[in-house]
Design a protein around this ligand. Sequence first.
Ligand SMILES: NC(=O)c1ccc[n+]([C@@H]2O[C@H](COP(=O)([O-])OP(=O)(O)OC[C@H]3O[C@@H](n4cnc5c(N)ncnc54)[C@H](O)[C@@H]3O)[C@@H](O)[C@H]2O)c1
Length: 268
Amino acid sequence: MWNEFFTDQVVVVAGGAAGIGGAAVIVFARAGAITVILDYDDVAGQGLADQLTGEGYRAFFRHCDVSSETEVTGAFDWVETHCGPPDVVYANAGVEWTKDVRHTSLDEWNRVVAINLTGVFLVSRAALLSMCPRNKGAIVVTSSPHALATVPDAGAYAASKGGAHALVNALALEGAPFGVRVNGIVPGTIDTPMVRREAEAARDPEAQLAFMVLAHPLGRLGQPNDVAQVALFLASPLASFVTGAMYAVDGGLMAALPAGPAMTYNAE
Ligand SMILES: NC(=O)c1ccc[n+]([C@@H]2O[C@H](COP(=O)([O-])OP(=O)(O)OC[C@H]3O[C@@H](n4cnc5c(N)ncnc54)[C@H](O)[C@@H]3O)[C@@H](O)[C@H]2O)c1
């Protein structure tokens, strides 16, 4: 079914070398799209592009640090020249941050904001500049539950994601008169290299992973493909009346309040 929508469409995924972005590149490529991975991890990015090309799909890699205006502009120029104007852009690149505010230096703060928020601005701006004149296109942004509620040691991450979350509304309003749709995804804990790094950094990685699972009413971590499938839907004509929306792909995480044993009122 997806091939009907995406064959020969140009799809750019920022932060597409691994994790959620990597899964998105795979589903779009399998749906017939010409996919472009933008990432600052050259080995993983080129590796995924080579793997997909070897399987008969169309995938390209361009080095791009999303926090660099020159690199983002250069990457989108390359896409226009070599693949054609982008039909779908997924602003997904992001980095984790697990320190409280008192122990976060200004340089550390600036780096997290530069990638997680300014990166979304730069990638989405390039997308809108190309899409609006053509009255066509869809942009997807990866937000986070930390945009809405957070933990004590993630101040810079929460602030950066809160900014990206709010930016989706502004981008959706700006794109709407041109028929360009912009939506966000709020993933729960997804089993990616980022989450594995976070768990490893905990005092007890096994216990940390078990706790992460428990926090999700569906009883498991999300898989990158769970998020990629929703990105595919949001970018497709099936979502033609969806813009400015935030889609939770979180196994029920944000539906739940913390509850102790005494909160079980109906014994079964
Ligand atoms: N994994 C989760 O549980 C989870 C939950 C909520 C939100 N998110 C968000 O989802 C997105 C993807 O997360 P993930 O878990 O797949 O992470 P990941 O670390 O597994 O993969 C992120 C990818 O982005 C790339 N990247 C990072 N900084 C970049 C930069 N400056 N320029 C270009 N590429 C860059 C990395 O090289 C990597 O390929 C991030 O924005 C993250 O904040 C993740």
